[in-house]
Design a protein around this ligand. Sequence first.
Ligand code: ADP
Ligand code: ADP
Length: 226
Amino acid sequence: MAQIELNDVCLRYFTINEETEALRNVNLSVDEGEFISIVGPSGCGKSTLLSLVSGVIKPTEGEVTLFGEKLKETSDRIGYMLQNDHLFEWRNVLNNLLVGAEIRGINRKEAKERALDLLNRYGMGDFAHHSPKQLSGGMRQRVALIRTLVIQPEILLLDEPFSALDYQTRLTLSDEISTILREQKKTVVLVTHDISEAIAMADRVIVMSKRPSFVKRDYKISFAGG
Ligand code: ADP
Ligand code: ADP
């Protein structure tokens, strides 16, 4: 069943003296549990597309449907992870993981148990009481991912989550994170400018054209013998 659907979505940004057409007639459907990646040149509207799915911005024309219903506002069923980890330096790792739960009024004890369980499971159990300042870039992104998992979203939107990292860390972390997300059976939309990362991580790769953007190609990844 389609969990995310975009029907003839157009998005234009209006500023005082300019109108920018970021997306034109985008049609896209993502099934439950599917892992897709979106690639395309800088400025083609990848981040805009994620913001639309998250409900942070609304389409100028067309419709975004999530879980079979027209999207009206941001939803707790969606987790959003960005290039910058936005960890609070003055809070330890565990307390950073509880931020989303605090905002949503999720029971603190329950959220804490879940956070500790995720830290242990993903090799970060010893770092619960460390400051983010004591962690490497890759570890910080792993904490950022765990933070989005604590609120138990069904859909995860990842906007260039590895682009601030060095090459070797990127390779290891992208591999680990796709394993985590598959284990957690999440629907994932990953935006990246790295085509090899897109192919390595996702079931399907969407290629967006230059502005004004539409979906140019939709490739299904399959493996010989798989
Ligand atoms: P990408 O993520 O592929 O680099 P974006 O979605 O960030 O692309 O941007 C798509 C287009 O929309 C670009 O031309 C960009 O300059 C423009 N744009 C993005 N955000 C805004 C905004 N808040 N106001 C005006 N124009 C914007
Ligand atoms: P807790 O709330 O569990 O007591 P803290 O946040 O006080 O944890 O600190 C946990 C660990 O992080 C401590 O070992 C402390 O030395 C370290 N730490 C805390 N704040 C900073 C900081 N600003 N810079 C570097 N290390 C810090």
